[in-house]
Design a protein around this ligand. Structure first.
Ligand SMILES: [Zn+2]
Length: 92
């Protein structure tokens, strides 16, 4: 009985750590910078309204966040990513 309780406590603790620490995508894949032509990759790091995700949301480290911001802005200039999505575009 005691043992069972201990196990459920452990399980509870696991649930508490639901927000597991995210690792930087670029550090994991050993990429120094993103390719601005790779829109499908960059679209992972923007919101549905095409805003750039903050580093704390995407789990990207500060160094790569700076690089990524520039790359996304470049991709926008090349019309690979939209600057913003209007309210009408979202049909809400
Ligand atoms: Zn990184």
């Amino acid at each position: 009985m005691f043992r069972y309780k201990k196990q459920t406590d452990k399980y509870k603790n696991k649930n508490y750590s639901f927000f597991k620490k995210k690792v930087c995508y670029f550090c994991v894949n050993k990429l120094n910078d993103a390719d601005y032509k790779d829109a499908s990759l960059l679209s992972k790091f923007i919101t549905e309204r095409c805003k750039i995700l903050p580093g704390r949301a995407s789990g990207i480290c500060a160094k790569h966040q700076r690089v990524l911001t520039k790359v996304i802005k470049k991709a926008r200039m090349m019309a690979l990513l939209p600057f913003s999505v209007s309210e009408k575009g979202l049909s809400r």
